[in-house]
Design a protein around this ligand. Structure first.
Ligand code: ZN
Ligand code: ZN
Length: 355
């Protein structure tokens, strides 16, 4: 945890990982030890269709907060959905529409996983896309999925590129898919929907000739796509309360995420102010008159200001101030050398909400 320049508390962690409970390759204990070693503040586990380790591992492990949720899929193995805080695993026969609605009714946190995944055309690994956008009640979208992007690059790469991908898996990470960002910006037109990054860690073994290498060991994953939660109060020392606070902060979009390989993003700030009112990343200001946006980044980079899904300003700097001339959904993307580094959630300015 760090305090940012405004005195808010920033917690950094990873979301979406698998263990031996489903198709991952390590035990919870091992993954938690790696998370601690990397210095993360939280880990959100999501094995496929099981919560059997929830009681055993939920809570603090020294200063690392663990939440065990799960990843739901429909009977056709599409529409993968990350669920945290549900009373149990939902019926495997449920349609996507039904488990999304049930998750919302249970006040659990539900996030659409890797919605626009593409996979090599040989059919060996089919893509697990989101097919039913008529669902109602999801809280978030996994905008950037490390495993999905890696598989997509593998398909494009020649033989030498494939080897580089195996041994330097983070090198090719570029940005979340454009179509996923579009889905997210559109969903936010009617209500806040959080955008997160998922590592989708499995640490799969991969055979090249006589050798087996591990694609993305957990440690590499944890040093790639990180989520940063911004809170005005620190997390409780009491584990049940802390888990609630963390899930609530994610649901409220108080989050930005980063590609750690491009730099340590802790301390990044995106706030909006109007008179005595302040909106943090994910928040809202009722009036747009006299409002002003403030961005600061830990290092000089290309800062893009986006309004309602369109880039309206680009600067190379470590800070940006801007007075909005119209209401809208504002968010920030930060790039280094053309590669995606930091993505904020939206601040809603002057929008009368119906939620
Ligand atoms: Zn999945
Ligand atoms: Zn997964």
């Amino acid at each position: 945890m760090i305090r940012d320049k405004s005195g808010n508390y920033q917690y950094t962690g990873c979301i979406h990982m698998h263990t031996l409970d489903s198709d991952g390759t390590a035990k919870h204990e091992e993954v938690i030890a790696i998370g601690s070693e990397v210095g993360l503040d939280f880990l959100l586990f999501s094995d496929h269709m099981t919560l059997k380790s929830r009681e055993k591992f939920s809570g603090y492990h020294d200063s690392l907060l663990v939440i065990v949720g799960y990843e739901h899929n429909d009977p056709a193995d599409k529409n993968h959905f990350l669920v945290f805080g549900s009373p149990a695993v939902y019926d495997p026969e449920f349609s996507a529409r039904k488990y999304v609605a049930q998750c919302a009714a249970d006040n659990a946190l539900g996030i659409i996983a890797h919605p626009d995944e593409k996979r090599p055309e040989d059919g060996k690994y089919p893509p697990y896309q989101w097919t039913d956008w008529s669902v109602e009640g999801f809280h978030g979208i996994e905008l950037w999925n490390q495993m999905s992007e890696w598989m997509e690059r593998l398909d494009e790469a020649g033989p030498i590129g494939k080897l580089t991908l195996l041994f330097s898996p983070r090198k090719f990470m570029k940005a979340p898919p454009v179509e996923t960002l579009r889905h997210w910006d559109t969903a936010n037109q009617t209500r806040p929907v959080v955008g997160i990054a998922g590592v989708d860690a499995h640490a799969f073994p991969y055979r090249i000739g006589p050798k087996t290498v591990t694609i993305f060991p957990y440690k590499v994953h944890f040093r790639s796509l990180q989520n940063h939660i911004v809170l005005t109060e620190p997390l409780s020392k009491e584990p049940v309360q802390a888990q609630k606070q963390l899930l609530e902060a994610i649901r409220s979009c108080q989050l930005f995420f980063s590609n750690r390989r491009r730099g340590d993003a802790r301390g990044f700030q995106f706030v909006a102010r109007s008179g005595a009112n302040t909106a943090l990343c994910g928040g809202q200001l009722e009036k747009f008159e006299d409002s002003r946006l403030y961005v600061s980044t830990p290092q000089r980079a290309e800062i893009r200001l986006i309004r309602n899904g369109a880039v309206i300003l680009r600067v190379h700097s470590d800070e940006l101030e801007y007075s909005p001339s119209e209401p809208g959904l504002y968010r920030i993307e930060v790039l280094r050398h053309g590669i995606g580094w930091i993505y904020s959630n939206h601040i809603r300015i002057g929008i009368s909400d119906n939620f």
